[in-house]
Structures are given as C-alpha cells and as structure tokens.
Design a protein around this ligand. Structure first.
Ligand SMILES: *Cc1c(COP(=O)(O)O)cnc(C)c1O
Length: 344
C-alpha cells in the first residue's frame, strides 16, 4: 500500500525468508526447526512473516511475551506458540484462551501452571531459567508432562568459546533430570554441528538476514528519497554541530530518513548509502528525520530520486558494523514511519 508522502520505504522479500528457513531446516534435519518471531518478527511484520513460515512447514513459533503470543494466535490458528519470558498466574486465562505454551523460568511457575509447557534451564548465561540445583524439585512440582527443556547459548557467535561445550553438557544433564528432549541452538548454534541441534533449534536472526550465517541471505531493501540537493563551497559545514566541513566544493543531498526511522545516529560521518553503483558517504550528523550525503561523485542524483539505505551490497550487517552494533538491533529499530512493501 503505497503512501505518496513517505520518504523511506522498506521492501521485505518474503520469498527470501522462506528460502532462509528452508536452508536452515535442511541443515538441522532431523532436528525440528522452530522460528523465533518475537519483536514483530525482528521488526519486519509478524502478520506477513509468520504465515509464510507456516506455509514453509514451520510448526513451532517462539515469541518473547504474552501479548505477542495473543497477536500471533490470531494469525496462526494451528501452530504451537511458545512464550519465552514465562507466565504469571494472574494472566493464566490468557494463556489458556489462546492456547499459548509458556516457558517456565522459576519454581513458582512450575507449581502454578497446570498444562503442557517448556522449562528453561540455566546452563551458563545466567539470565533466565532454573538453576541446576532446582531441577529435581521442579520435576516434582510439574502437574503435566513437559514438552522439552530449553536453554540459550551465551557465546554462539564464537565457535571456539569453551562455554559452548559446557552449556551443551549442562543441557544433557537437564534432559536427563527432566526426562525430555532439549532445544539449545539459535541461529549461530545451528553451525556447531548435530551435537548442538538436539531435538529442536530456534533461529531468529538467520531467518531475517540480520546476522552473518551461510544459510541466510538479506531479506530487505530500504530506500530513502532525496529531498534536496545543493552545492556548498569549500569550508562550509553540514548539519548539527558542524561536524563535517567540505574540503572542496561538494554536492550535498538531503534524504528523508533519520534516527526516528531507526537509521542509526552512530552512522553520522561513518555510513554510506548507495545509488547506481556509487557509494555515497554520510556527511555530518544524522538528524531525527534527515541524513545528508556527499553526492559529488554522482552528479545525476536529483531531488525526487531514491537512494538505497540497505541493500544486497550494503546490508544491515554492514551498516551494523559501521555503527558499532548488530544487525538485530538495526532491524528491530526500524521505525513506524517507514512505508512497508511485501514481495512474495
Ligand atoms: C531471541 C532468542 C532466540 C533467537 O536467537 P537468534 O540469535 O536471533 O537466532 C532463540 N532463543 C531465545 C531464548 C531467544 O531469546
């Protein structure tokens, strides 16, 4: 649905999300490939993304919080929906009405919940889940058989890190203690080999091109409209704080995207945008709604044209590197003002 006035436009290639899922599922088979669709499918739109994954055969969907689970149930009537951040007794009915499966993270939840669930076990990240000293007690409290135990790798982006193997060993102890299958690996853990795949893997970022992974191709293009172009003389400064001074006469294009749209402010004087093979450096600070580019090398750039913010040649992961962050953060912060177009 095109909106004439929008100056930033996101194209989401759903077919590529489908292809990423297919490659991941193939890599880990016969382990089950679940999909993590928290944070609005990493900012890309759960309403569009989840049905595509379901059509690809995905049967298990992880969300972070109960509100996301309720929204997803309205989209997917059949599939298993698991809420990572646990359950609270006072909203138990919401879980039941929407057939949501909580991840139980503490003993009280194990006591209160009377339906099928997953249990999160602490294996080395010290963020969520039951400590090893609580496992036997937890098993005694559960009223229903568990579906599986889950845990999360702290250092999955570093295959050599000793914590990975330690967490896997702890995971096996948990599977023995509870007598159920396990799920440990997210995107990067899928690359550690079949030992780490266990019963199920739970990738998010690799589905969406939000991290470097051999099965993951970029799934978005983001473009922004050129609003103005001007020539500035040598010595003129551009933008807030006058942090860029033109070393010679320069053509400066002002484009309609800013940090309110999720374009990282850290890319001021660091990032690039692309146009017809030209790399156009960001000059000056990033404003709330605007970015200034040096387009001297691309004299054909004119107001009304669109430049590429992220594409297949300069991906969210490239931008993340320049901004000192990760692709996950860039995707999940894309703003509400950005027009979205979905390609199947
Ligand atoms: C977010 C999350 C995932 C997905 O991680 P990716 O690195 O995006 O694949 C898996 N499991 C848990 C518990 C998570 O919080």
């Amino acid at each position: 649905m095109a909106f004439e006035g929008s100056t930033a436009r996101l194209t989401v290639f759903l077919d590529r999300i489908l292809a990423n899922y297919g490659r991941l599922a193939l890599r880990v088979a016969p382990a089950v490939c679940a999909a993590v669709v928290k944070a609005d499918a990493y900012g890309l739109g759960i309403g569009q993304v989840a049905p595509v994954l379901a059509r690809a055969g995905c049967q298990r969907f992880y969300v972070a919080c109960v509100g996301e689970g309720v929204a997803l149930r309205a989209i997917l009537p059949e599939q298993e929906i698991i809420v990572i951040n646990g359950f609270h007794e006072n909203i138990q009915s919401i879980y039941n009405e929407n057939r949501l499966i909580p991840v139980l993270n503490d003993l009280q939840s194990c006591k209160d919940w009377k339906h099928p669930a997953c249990v999160q076990v602490e294996t080395g990240m010290h963020r969520s889940g039951l400590a090893e000293t609580e496992w036997i007690a937890a098993r005694g409290l559960l009223r229903q058989p568990l579906l599986r135990v889950i845990s999360h790798l702290a250092c999955a982006d570093d295959p050599q890190h000793p914590l990975n193997r330690q967490q896997l060993a702890a995971m096996h102890r948990a599977m023995d203690a509870f007598g159920v299958p396990g799920s440990l690996a997210a995107s990067h853990g899928t690359l550690f080999g079949t030992d780490f795949h266990l019963d199920e893997v739970r990738p998010g970022a690799a589905l969406y091109g939000a991290t470097a992974h051999p099965d993951s191709q970029p799934v978005i293009h983001l473009s922004a409209r050129v609003l103005e172009v001007r020539t500035v003389p040598a010595g003129a400064t551009v933008g807030y704080g006058a942090t860029f001074a033109a070393p010679s006469p320069r053509r400066i294009a002002t484009v309609g995207i800013g940090y309110a749209d999720g374009y990282p402010r850290a890319l001021g004087n660091r990032g690039v945008m692309l146009w017809e093979g030209h790399r156009l450096p960001v000059v000056g600070r990033v404003s709330m709604d605007l970015v200034t580019l040096d387009v001297t090398a691309a004299p054909d750039v004119q107001p009304g044209m669109w430049v590429d913010v992220y594409n297949d040649l300069y991906t969210v992961n490239d931008a993340a590197q320049d901004a000192g962050t990760i692709g996950y953060e860039i995707l999940t912060r894309l703003g509400k003002r950005v027009e979205r177009i979905y390609k199947v």
